[in-house]
Design a binder for this molecule. Sequence first.
Ligand code: HGY
Ligand code: MN
Ligand code: MN
Length: 412
Amino acid sequence: MLTANRARLDGEIATLAAISEAAAPAVTRIVFSACDLRARAYFKELAHSAGLALREDAVGNTFARWPGSEPGLSAVATGSHIDAIPNAGAYDGTVGVLGGIEAIRALQADGFVPRRAIELILFTSEEPTRFGIGCLGSRLMSGSLDASSGSRLRDQAGSTLDEVRSAAGFTGPLETVRMAAGAYSAFVELHIEQGPLLEREEIPIGIVTAIAAPASLRITIDGEGGHAGAVLMPQRHDAFLAAAEIALAAEAAAKATGAIDTVATAGVCEVFPGAVNSIPSRASLMLDIRDIDGMRRDSVLRSVDASIAGIAARRGVRIATELINADDPASCGPAAIEALREAALSRNLLHREMVSRAYHDSLFMARIAPVAMLFIPCRGGYSHRPDEFASSQHIAQGVEVLAEALRRLSSA
Ligand code: HGY
Ligand code: MN
Ligand code: MN
């Protein structure tokens, strides 16, 4: 029976977590940073040691391939990301990347020979931190983001994606990142749940059937600055207070749908000039609005737009709204879901179907292949925090179910 080498995998997860711009237990690993490049090098070392053939595309998506006995067949893929938002944890994404290597090593140790190649993918920039949009690598692979729009993306320092990626050693036209539908017969991603359900229900395996639809907006408010003591309230056009009203309007609009699946927050807010005794003349806000129902999510976007118009008029400020992305939700592929269910049953593991409220590269891989996701519990449902934690046992169970599913899918 195939078995994950827990001690080895735990050690590799800990080693990767230590490659971080933040002090432990926090992990910060921004795409194309020196840390990210060191982490990529570590991944490639492990993949090479597992006998996998490595290649990188023009945006740094990295492919580690275990050739199959029938090279003419499309491969089965698995994978996730290793970039991490500021002050994050050690398990988001890395469980799917290092766990993917471990699943392949367990299959190799079990003497399995895949009919279809098994390809492990490390996706570039799943997190939106640097370029403002998430899943950059899988968007470009799936055509959800075209190459020319991708080339125009800029980071906070004003550098373009092309400048940053080539400085990191990834060159060539972005158009070459695009993969055709059918490039893979299936894509399965192992990931921590980033929610409380599995832990609460004491179920070790979640089988994702649908992935929520994320939307994000960048909103810039221009008001009128001035002395915080001298300008009387009726004469004020305070840019930050307008931003605050917008954030509250987004929260109210999400709650107003009456559906528990509608969520909204303002994760980024910048205020200018940023002096305690100066009325903010400018503020910028980034909103993240999601739902597993795309139509309902769009109704929240419309409601926020209407609120913005009222706030601008009432407060005498100018408000510019940029829709960064408004993606469709994804349904997972029945055969891939079935492979995960059979794999969990073969390990006698309790499992349940569920939706993913976080987005993942699977959301975009679903545009070019049937996908499914495999969740494992994380403590308290915490994620994107230094105290994010998944137990060695749950990670090993997830790896062994992933390996069993890859066995099935690569033999089909
Ligand atoms: O934000 C997300 O859903 C993902 O964790 N990047
Ligand atoms: Mn994340
Ligand atoms: Mn993730």
